[in-house]
Write a protein that binds this ligand. Structure first.
Ligand code: FAD
Length: 490
């Protein structure tokens, strides 16, 4: 009987643990390897997946099909009308295609884990069917890393230290698995109709499709090229350039990592090799970049060990008592990039235009929404998920809770970003603002960060730009007072 690989957010052939295991299994007894992908729009909608991200998935799915076709591995694509129907779809494929072994990579989110448990139960009830769930999402599977007392880590630095030691001393964590081997040639005839069918290669969204394809071309090959170029050109200066949004000294690999077109293992293995096989020491740029990828691992561990964070709960329960504003207008102005704070507006407009925002600016806009506008961070988290091409529950939730001072290792509540100072520091010439807020493009580098206070009332009015929605000093005090209140009362 045949072997099935169910692809989800792991749209790649290289270093895909479940795919590799499925391929090895299919060779035992000379069986065919069959691939499955389920288009589950309702489920994605419920999880706030951005249309632009689904479009990226679809474009990568089409590329994946091309690669699988070359290996005579048929990719079956099914559509689930409801999240619940996923179980019967997998069951149907297993029966129709005479499958004995089903492989997938474990997902970490609560709903996905529940879904997989349901599917697994149904499959195990079928005669002689085996299910194998592989650990692939993290370099070190979350169940294998713990503090000396056996508890999960909730602070980043000790997590990073243990993580690095484990990886340094157990090279198998960074071993990359091989691509699958091809099916026997007769598979081409046997599954001719599947090979002849085409995969969906787009999904409706409101952004400029041509620009998105140019910024984020699909496919594993592109992802690897990007990784290679980044390591050769920008990575060594990453520690110096990463915070300047106009320079963009970052890798722009997040969409590929989120869709699983590239694995964190591949990135860390390549960066480590470029850094003389070191993780914690060596070139400052490379080790800083590796550190950011360890943040990704850390937030995945938090999700697994503290699942309340993906059920609309803050990591720090006390912060549930914060009395957020009910003023809808504030959130609207923020989301449209009309707060009157240029760096915030530039970030939001970048997000609304290309589904991406630079990390430093993500921190600034998130802190601003929560601490200046006093809007519940969960509204911002949802807006990001709904609009980011790289939306990732663990990193997004971790990032928002860090900024809101509600999370693990969070920014202390009394340290509040001043959006004007952040702007002057990280966009000194104002080039990032000029790119995304064209109303301000003629202002000089002194005026551009705070036009309302640096121009005359008449000149400001001519810009057609929003007046600051709040006063930063007042807001800062209000947020700090509210935090002090909850600490005193709870
Ligand atoms: P690089 O700087 O080149 O970093 C390489 C990779 O490391 C990234 O692709 C990413 O996978 C990982 N990484 C970098 N910084 C972080 C971080 N702080 N936390 C976790 N992983 C990190 N990242 C997402 O992938 N998806 C999200 O939905 C997301 N939401 C965020 C929300 C907020 C409020 C904040 C502050 C950060 C968020 N991040 C998120 C983290 C970070 O902003 C992005 O990963 C980064 O901007 C992606 O650009 P890059 O690939 O060029 O990153």
């Amino acid at each position: 009987r045949n072997v099935l690989m169910w692809f989800r957010t792991d749209l790649r052939l290289k270093d895909n643990h479940a795919l590799h295991a499925a391929s090895v299994r299919s060779k035992v007894g000379n069986r065919n390897l069959i691939a499955l992908f389920i288009v589950s729009e309702k489920e994605w909608e419920q999880h706030d997946e951005a249309p632009i991200k689904i479009d990226f998935w679809m474009r990568n799915l089409a590329k994946l099909k091309e690669s699988l076709d070359k290996l005579a591995i048929p990719l079956v694509i099914k559509r689930a009308e409801t999240p619940e129907s996923v179980t019967s779809i997998v069951e149907g494929v297993v029966k129709d295609m005479d499958i004995s072994h089903v492989f997938w990579n474990a997902e970490l989110m609560v709903d996905e884990r529940r879904r997989d448990r349901r599917v697994k139960r149904a499959l195990l009830a079928l005669p002689n069917t085996v299910v194998e769930e592989c650990d692939d999402q993290c370099v070190i599977p979350p169940k294998e890393i713990a503090t000396k007392t056996g508890n999960p880590y909730s602070v980043f630095t000790p997590f990073r230290n243990t993580w690095s030691t484990m990886v340094e001393t157990n090279p198998h964590f960074l071993e990359l698995s091989d691509e699958p081997t091809a099916n026997p040639d007769e598979a081409k005839k046997l599954y001719a109709d599947i090979f002849a069918s085409s995969a969906p290669n787009s999904h409706p969204h409101n952004l400029d499709a041509e620009l998105m394809e140019e910024l984020y071309p699909a496919g594993e090959e592109t992802a690897h090229l990007r990784l290679k170029d980044f390591l050769a050109e920008k990575a060594k200066q990453y520690h110096e350039t990463r915070d300047f949004p106009y320079e963009n000294g970052c890798s722009s690999l997040s969409p590929y990592l989120s869709a699983g077109v590239l694995s964190t293992r591949q990135c860390i293995a390549a960066a480590r090799a470029a850094n003389n096989n070191k993780i914690m020491v060596g070139n400052d740029g490379l080790r800083t970049w590796i550190k950011e990828l360890i943040w990704r691992e850390f937030y995945r561990n938090i999700l697994v060990h503290f699942p309340r964070v993906c059920m609309n709960k803050p990591f720090q329960p006390i912060t549930e008592h914060i009395r957020w504003t009910a003023d809808q207008r504030r959130f609207q102005m923020w989301s449209q990039g009309k707060t009157g704070y240029p760096i915030v507006d530039a970030g939001m407009r970048q997000l609304n235009t290309i589904g991406y925002m630079h990390n430093r600016v993500r921190m600034i806009v998130a802190c601003f929404l929560v601490k200046d506008l006093f809007v519940n961070w969960q509204k911002g988290e949802k807006y990001f998920m709904n609009n980011l091409i790289d939306g990732d529950l663990a990193s997004n939730n971790g990032g928002w809770q860090w900024c809101a001072s509600t999370g693990t290792d969070a920014q202390p509540y009394f340290r509040i970003f001043n959006p004007v100072l952040q702007s002057q520091r990280f966009d000194p010439n104002g080039d990032y603002i000029r790119k995304w807020v064209p109303e301000l493009k003629h202002l000089n580098e002194k005026q551009i960060h705070d036009p309302y206070h640096t121009l005359s009332a008449k000149d400001f009015a001519k810009l057609g730009y929003s007046k600051p929605i709040v006063d930063h000093a007042d807001s800062k005090k209000k947020f700090q007072d509210e935090f002090k209140r909850i600490i005193a009362e709870h």
